[in-house]
Design a protein around this ligand. Structure first.
Ligand SMILES: *Cc1c(COP(=O)(O)O)cnc(C)c1O
Length: 415
């Protein structure tokens, strides 16, 4: 990845692009929503399809010259159907947030009611946060995880739904380490005659590989990001039954977007093809095994985990019981210095603020793409725990950085 054409035109950007590849090689990407796509996906995303206007859908475009755009989009759709088993798929949303927007716009009117998980408890901005359009156009009420267990209490959710009478219930989360019972949420939605949107942004890959329960065919709408565990490049996707196909398509284009990002859709097609290979199932299973190893080792080192552990690809540490004077931001910064890139995160019952929260979130999708097994992941857990114990100790950080260097040298990326 030398970016020679960019360099000829624009050395500053070329330096930044090369710098980013080196940053990814030399650090451990443990932001739970991130991953490393293959060079095949990168190439597809950097293709000449970026030039093509293809407003409309395969076979029904507003512009001439769409034969290859049609082929690529249809491949992406067909492969998504095979991966997740959906009746209808729209691969045009520019991101997971736009996918959610498409669903809301398809079935809600302004002022309709959304019931969703609170952001501090693991929800997402696009589920009704006041800073997002959803918090302004719709009436939003939020559910929370059980403060004692860290799990969603499905009985309580149902009671809350009966009281609030929402038009849509949103499930699927950004920082929830446990398996989601989509069937229970569907029952709550049906009990109050609400739609159910399952936003599987984080767990798309786990669901595709069958290592997490699937909401497809259960929830009315399933949305996702395509750059997280499914590893198909930046973008979004909507899945639903045929009965909602026309409404969803119209809500995405022309409802909320213009021309599709055909180069990104090419990336999705290639990434989905990779995910249909048997090796992807092993990848997804290893991602979960690694997260469990991470959680185990954290616990052994005296760290407290929200919900006590994990069923998926991420772990949420609540620093308050073990390190009451250390904040998530301090740990995030100290870990970045040693080459572990993760994020500070709010925890249920947050007592600090969203900007300087009490937790850190750590995910294994990126490490697993690099080939990490449980033993290597446990070593990373030790590095993190060492830094959590002494975020200001230069010797500890030097030792941690040396261990990260060894790991990034052994588990290579973009050779
Ligand atoms: C990541 C995420 C999204 C979408 O994010 P984009 O950045 O818009 O792709 C949506 N919902 C949840 C739950 C997420 O975690």
């Amino acid at each position: 990845m030398s970016y020679e054409h960019v360099r000829e035109v624009d050395p500053e950007v070329a330096d930044a692009l090369v710098g980013e590849v080196e940053r990814q090689r030399d650090t451990l990407a443990m932001i739970a929503s991130e991953n490393h796509v293959s060079e095949a996906v990168l190439e597809a995303q950097g293709s000449a399809l970026t030039n093509k206007y293809a407003e409309g859908y395969p076979g029904e475009r507003y512009y001439a010259g769409c034969e290859y755009a049609d082929e690529v989009e249809q491949l992406a759709i067909d492969r998504a159907k095979e991966l997740w088993g959906a009746e209808h798929v729209n691969v045009q949303p520019h991101s997971g947030t736009q996918a959610n927007q498409g669903v809301y716009y398809a079935v809600l009117d302004p002022g309709d009611k959304i019931l969703s998980l609170d952001l501090e408890h693991g929800g997402h901005l696009s589920h009704g946060h006041p800073a997002n359009f959803t918090g302004q156009f719709y009436e939003v009420e939020q559910y929370e995880v059980d403060p004692d267990t860290g799990y969603i209490d499905y009985d309580e959710l149902r009671e809350q739904a009966e009281e609030f009478d929402p038009d849509i219930i949103v499930s699927g989360y950004s920082a929830y380490p446990r398996e989601v019972d989509f069937g229970a949420i569907q029952e709550a939605a049906e009990a109050v005659d609400a739609y159910h949107l399952a936003d599987i942004a984080h767990i798309t890959g786990l669901v595709a590989a069958g290592v997490h329960e699937s909401p497809v065919g259960v929830a009315d709408f399933v949305t996702g990001s395509t750059h997280k565990t499914i590893r198909a490049g930046r973008g979004g996707i909507i899945m639903c039954d045929e009965e909602y196909a026309d409404d969803v398509n119209a809500a995405v284009f022309p409802g909320g977007q213009g021309g599709p990002l055909m180069h990104n859709i090419a990336g999705k097609a290639v990434g989905f093809r990779e995910a249909l290979e048997p090796a992807f199932e092993a990848y997804a299973a290893q991602t979960v095994d690694n997260a469990k190893a991470l959680a185990d080792q954290f616990r052994e080192r005296g760290l407290e985990l929200v919900s006590g552990g994990t069923d998926n690809h991420l772990v949420l540490i609540d620093l308050r019981p073990s390190h009451p004077d250390t904040t998530g931001k301090e740990v995030e910064a100290a870990l970045e210095e040693v080459g572990v890139v993760l994020n500070a995160n709010t925890v249920p019952g947050e007592t600090r603020s969203a900007f300087n929260p009490s937790g850190i979130r750590a995910g294994t999708p990126g490490l697993t793409t690099r080939g990490f097994d449980e033993a290597a992941t446990r070593e990373v857990a030790d590095v993190i725990a060492d830094v959590v114990d002494a975020p200001d100790d230069a010797d500890v950080k030097a030792e941690a950085a040396a261990r990260v260097d060894d790991l990034t040298d052994e588990y290579t990326l973009y050779e």
